[in-house]
Design a protein around this ligand. Structure first.
Ligand code: G
Ligand code: G
Ligand code: MN
Ligand code: NA
Length: 254
């Protein structure tokens, strides 16, 4: 309850910050984009993880203004970085199923793109299966509107939910992010490798770009490269970084 009141205030006091985790092309090892991850610099508690406040934000509806702030800040940063270099850098932003339920998500995204001058093609929205499992028709309409804007859609934490296969076919998703629980077990058991290979094939056969998340060592990286996964994220490549450090690795490489 105390955190809820604090979170309301945090939004008006610039206490939220974004960290940026690089996404790496497994063939070139170059950075092709970042995933924006929100943190809360609480005046008393210090840095608070999204695990401790996204749930509160969802339950109270604060996720709507918070989500808009995150999207605006991430787009603003991507435009600033994009202007500096040659590459059209991608920016991925996590959206909650609650943002589909409260208010018009695609209209909000269109407004933020216009306000920040962010090209829609450079924005990726990450969502979990919960978006596909609840309020199906309304959410499907929203997803098609987002696609019509030119935004890329990613299925996050793939493999951890239900009905994955049927929903993947029905929804206009571009990117499949293989949950880190699968990546975690790579390197030992051949069965785990077979599982990841199957997910990669599934993604590819549906025309999706595959991303492996949660890579924590060189063995996992090697296996994923051999399996021809397209993109990778994980602490072994880089932790989520404050904006200034992310800008530095963008200039100097990892
Ligand atoms: O960055 P970290 O690993 O601590 O994130 C924990 C969880 O919080 C992850 O599931 C991540 O997707 C989620 N998260 C981080 N930033 C955001 C955000 O801006 N919006 C939403 N909805 N979830 C986020
Ligand atoms: O749910 P989502 O995939 O958006 O969650 C992203 C979260 O995963 C972030 O909080 C980020 O800090 C975390 N993360 C990123 N790379 C790794 C990793 O290599 N290992 C672990 N344990 N967590 C990671
Ligand atoms: Mn994510
Ligand atoms: Na994930």
């Amino acid at each position: 309850l105390e955190l809820e009141a604090d979170l309301r205030v945090a939004l008006t006091r610039d206490e939220l910050v974004l960290h940026y985790q690089p996404t790496v092309d497994l063939r070139t090892s170059g950075i092709v984009g970042f995933e924006a991850l929100v943190r809360w610099q609480h005046p008393v508690r210090g840095m608070v993880s999204p695990l401790d406040f996204i749930g509160i934000a969802e339950a109270t509806g604060l996720i709507v203004p918070l989500g808009r702030w995150v999207l605006t800040e991430a787009c603003r940063q991507a435009v600033a970085w994009g202007a500096a270099g040659e590459r059209p850098l991608k920016m991925a932003v996590n959206v909650s199923v609650r943002q589909f339920e409260h208010g018009d998500l695609s209209a909000m995204v269109a407004e933020v793109l216009a306000e920040t001058g962010m090209p829609a093609e450079r924005l990726c929205l990450e969502m979990t299966e919960s978006v596909l499992l609840t309020d199906t028709d309304e959410n499907l309409t929203q997803l098609h509107r987002l696609k019509a804007l030119g935004v890329t859609l990613a299925m996050d934490d793939f493999g951890t939910g239900y009905s994955s296969l049927a929903y993947l076919r029905r929804y206009p998703m571009d990117i499949l992010k293989i949950d880190r629980s699968f990546v975690d077990r790579l390197g030992g058991d051949r069965e785990d490798e077979a599982l990841v290979r199957t997910i990669v094939r599934l993604g590819r056969s549906l025309g999706m770009t595959t991303v492996a998340e949660g890579i924590e060592d060189a063995v996992q990286l090697g296996v994923l490269r051999d399996l021809q996964v397209d993109l990778a994220q994980g602490f072994y490549l880089s932790r989520p970084l404050p904006a200034a450090e992310a800008g530095r690795v963008l200039d100097e490489g990892l």
